[in-house]
Design a protein around this ligand. Structure first.
Ligand code: ADP
Ligand code: MG
Length: 655
């Protein structure tokens, strides 16, 4: 970032903070103060919900329930034990986070619509429990709570409480932002983009989904607690299905993966029902909206940035909405219709929410440039991979000629098909071991078995003398087996540098508190990781693409990026599944150089490849699979002249 931009941001932040602080004084109207207070409380919850929905890509219909748990923890602790705010607030966070864990542990074994159902059931059960547990919650009667008071003084007034909420909003925003920019946030994003690659980079998908739910629940708990003091009365009906939908709507409309989006979304869901209650103000808003959309569409058309077809529907939609608002005096429940229409419009035309839309509009025609601040001149980081290896624990420099991978009599059966049929494979340390064979012969299946994605039906697999059968993918990855995928599995929405940083996740010891407080340990780890990641990119010749989104890289570079990410794991064994597929001739030459360099650093390589020149060029040993069985093994030259291999495989391809 350049200095000018930083100071501009700083000015915006200061202006925003001052406006937030003086609003109650300037407004003086308790109704509006309370309204903004509610917006801020919802925003705190939405910061947390966005971690689950926007970052990890999971649906949660249980957040109204968690909000209720937070509110009732505060309410019950106050009513039964007379606890002050400075105790109820942290306890609300802790109790709700625990409920989040209870929800996550079983719920995250399922995904998609099943997850939606489980979280929905959770929300419903919470509401029923609050209703039925009279002895604790006073059931439908609800609980009355005065505003917090400090040091035995009088309860705070509306303005003072507003400031308390505003301060906690700012703290929440800073903490959430830090967490999402850290290795934790990268883990959340990675598991959404490619769960299988996350696991194979040592980032346990299951564990980080649970973390995301627990952190998210903590914020819901804080929001619930603040809400109970804000309303000064809580009752079970508030925490219903409608509120859960409203929260999701706020994330979708504001835009996922942005804190500003959460603020905008929360403003929309608090203000919209108020506006819709008052038909006249709604007319004004609808008309203004229609005019704005028409204006924007006209501008976009004149600049030829969109096609008329794309403009027609949103313009017709909003103008229709405006017209509709003039003709609906007699309808009783038109609010729901409008909500429905808005959801449709947003889902179809504002997929990245208001923030995403504005960002795209401002960015139009400009290329986004991201510079990578490694904090050190490039020259110093250039040989990161070398220094890592040499300064390491000597892992890669063990004696040659002892097997590092030992596969014995492995069978992998898929219903009727034996993808691997009693295969033995012995990979010697520090060598490049080729694995070839026709399509469907079981090569990728072998890699999936070696990395714990499949558990073999029978047989034994030893890595560095220890069995790895039945261990998790992330555990196997952390013990030193890294891989790439036949169908590239990058974290698409993350930059090239961030992709490699996920591979470096194992170098972090910092926890949530370190990140929230930006401890010295965390800053040192993050800096070291960035330097190393940049070195990895340089190693595969991608240093100039560090700031580019992985999904927008050309295919050949994506394959190289996968190798850099795998190397970040600091592996003893690197499994490459058809790395040259789709590469141009010069890229393949580059690849061969890289594979050799990797081996020279002491890393054992297992290479699946169809390009025979590559295989013959770099491999020390080659094993040939056909119909799940090993039909030959030996030095490249021996394989090339083997009758069985020529018949089964080499005869069919231009070697
Ligand atoms: P290769 O990588 O050598 O081209 P694969 O290992 O991908 O071959 O596949 C070997 C055989 O196993 C193929 O017939 C494939 O259809 C089958 N197979 C692979 N994975 C599965 C799976 N998850 N379920 C069922 N069959 C599978
Ligand atoms: Mg394959």
């Amino acid at each position: 970032m350049d200095k000018k931009k930083v100071s501009k941001n700083a000015i915006a932040i200061v202006v925003g903070l001052v406006a937030l602080a003086v609003f109650p004084v300037l407004s003086g109207n308790p109704y509006y103060i309370h309204l903004v207070e509610t917006i801020m409380i919802y925003a705190i919850l939405l910061f947390g919900l966005d971690i689950v929905v926007g970052y990890t890509g999971q649906v949660s219909l249980g957040h109204a329930g968690l909000f209720g748990v937070g509110a009732y923890t505060a309410g019950v602790l106050f009513m039964k034990l007379g606890m002050p705010f400075y105790l109820t607030a942290p306890l609300s966070i802790v109790v709700t986070a625990a409920f989040g864990a209870v929800l996550a542990l079983p719920a995250l074994r399922v995904s998609g619509p099943y997850l939606a159902m489980v979280t929905l059931a959770f929300g419903t059960i919470i509401q029923i429990l609050i209703n039925e547990m009279d002895f604790l919650t006073s059931g439908p009667l609800g609980i009355k709570i005065p505003k917090p008071s400090f040091g035995g003084g009088a309860p705070m007034n509306e303005t003072q409480y507003y400031w308390l909420v505003a301060a906690l909003l700012v703290v929440s925003l800073v903490v959430v932002h830090r967490v999402l920019k850290s290795h934790l946030g990268r883990a959340f994003e990675a598991l959404r983009d490619s769960p299988v690659a996350s696991d194979c980079m040592g980032v346990s998908v299951y564990r980080y989904k649970v973390y995301a739910f627990v952190i998210s629940a903590g914020f819901a708990g804080l929001a619930g607690c603040l809400y109970s003091y804000s309303e000064q009365y809580i009752s079970p009906n508030t925490y219903n299905f409608e509120l859960t939908i409203l929260f999701l709507l706020a994330i979708i409309m504001g835009g996922r993966k942005t804190r500003l989006g959460a603020l905008i979304g929360s403003t929309i869901i608090v203000m919209l029902p108020k506006l819709l209650d008052d038909i006249d103000s709604f007319r004004i808003v609808a008309t203004a909206l229609a005019a704005l959309v028409a204006l924007g569409a006209g501008y976009a058309l004149s600049r030829k940035t969109v096609t008329p077809r794309k403009v027609a529907v949103p313009v017709a939609g909003t103008i229709g909405l405006a017209a509709f608002s003039y003709g609906i005096n007699t309808l009783t429940d038109w609010r729901l219709t409008i909500f429905g229409l808005m959801i449709l419009l947003v889902v179809y035309y504002l997929q990245d929410g208001v923030v995403g839309f504005v960002r795209k509009f401002l960015m139009h025609g400009r290329v986004r440039t991201v510079t990578v601040d490694t904090g050190k001149p490039v020259e110093i980081v250039a040989d990161a991979i070398v220094s890592v290896r040499d300064g390491g624990d000597g892992k890669g420099h063990d004696a040659h000629d002892t097997p590092i991978l030992n596969v014995r009599d492995v069978v992998m059966q898929f219903s009727g098909l034996k993808a691997l049929n009693h295969v033995d494979l012995s990979v010697r340390r520090g060598t490049i071991h080729g694995l070839i064979g026709p399509n469907g012969s079981g090569k990728s299946t072998m890699m999936n078995v070696l990395t714990g994605i499949y558990v073999p039906t029978a047989g034994a697999i030893e890595y560095a003398g220890q069995s790895i059968v039945g261990r998790t993918s992330s555990g196997i990855a952390l013990s030193g087996i890294a891989r790439t995928f036949q169908n590239v599995q990058l974290f698409g929405e993350m930059t090239a540098l961030e992709n490699v940083l996920v591979g470096l996740h194992h170098t972090f010891r910092s926890n949530f508190a370190d990140v929230g407080l930006m401890s010295a340990r965390y800053r040192a780890e993050e800096h070291a990781a960035r330097v190393r990641a940049f070195g990895m990119l340089r190693f595969v010749g991608l240093e100039n693409a560090a700031g580019e989104e992985a999904r927008s890289l050309p295919y050949g570079k994506q394959r190289l990026l996968e190798i850099a990410r795998a190397l970040a794991l600091d592996p003893k064994v690197l499994l490459l599944d058809e790395p040259a597929a789709g590469l141009t001739a010069p890229d393949i030459k580059e690849l061969v150089t890289i594979i050799r360099k990797v081996r020279d650093h002491g890393i054992t390589v297992v290479l699946i490849e169809h390009h025979m020149d590559v295989v013959m060029n770099v491999c020390d040993t080659v094993s040939v699979l056909d119909f799940g069985q090993k039909i030959a093994e030996g030095k490249p030259a021996e394989i090339q002249s083997d009758e069985k291999v020529i018949e089964a495989y080499l005869g069919g391809i231009a070697a």
